[in-house]
Design a protein around this ligand. Structure first.
Ligand code: FE2
Ligand code: FE2
Length: 168
């Protein structure tokens, strides 16, 4: 049985993963309208991944005799400036999510829930990978500069690691 506080913070994380998914979906649609096919494919795939994260949490909470709550989600922004600003926003959001996963670990320890503490390690590792992959994208963007956004857009999907979800 899940301690109440762990159940609550996992439900908060369900909401945050769901929002991440909607945020990246909105960014994908924005990029698609701007003609950035590669960037939009990357973001559509990322939105799918975040939905998988949300589902993982839903299943775990229910499996441990908690009650997963499917949230209503705030409408995400629809304008992201330019590609540089959009990826800065992705990194900022991923750092926020890493902090939020860290808070879950802290609650698990405070509540002596070592089972969830162990289970949540998958997300800890996932956040390291996500931050690193977004940082690599920003490095590449800075390297190529504004004049080479066509090349960047053409190459970005090749920067997704193996096994990462694709929207195709
Ligand atoms: Fe996630
Ligand atoms: Fe993420």
């Amino acid at each position: 049985m899940l301690p109440k506080k762990v159940e609550e913070i996992l439900n908060l994380q369900i909401e945050r993963e769901d929002y991440s998914s909607q945020l990246y979906l909105s960014m994908a649609s924005w990029a698609e309208n701007k003609g950035f096919e590669g960037v939009s494919n990357w973001l559509y795939a990322q939105a799918e991944e975040e939905r998988v994260h949300m589902l993982k949490l839903v299943k775990y909470v229910n499996e441990r005799d908690g009650i997963a709550i499917i949230p209503g989600i705030d409408t995400p922004p629809s304008d992201f400036g330019d590609v540089f600003e959009a990826f800065d926003a992705v990194l900022k959001h991923e750092r926020f999510i890493s902090g939020s996963i860290n808070d879950i670990v802290a609650v698990c320890i405070a509540e002596n829930d070592y089972t969830t503490q162990n289970w949540i390690q998958w997300f800890v590792t996932e956040q390291i990978e996500e931050e690193a992959s977004v940082k690599a994208i920003i490095d590449k963007l800075n390297l190529l500069g504004k004049q080479n956004l066509y090349m960047f857009d053409r190459d970005i999907m090749s920067m997704r690691g193996e096994g990462e979800a694709s929207a195709e």
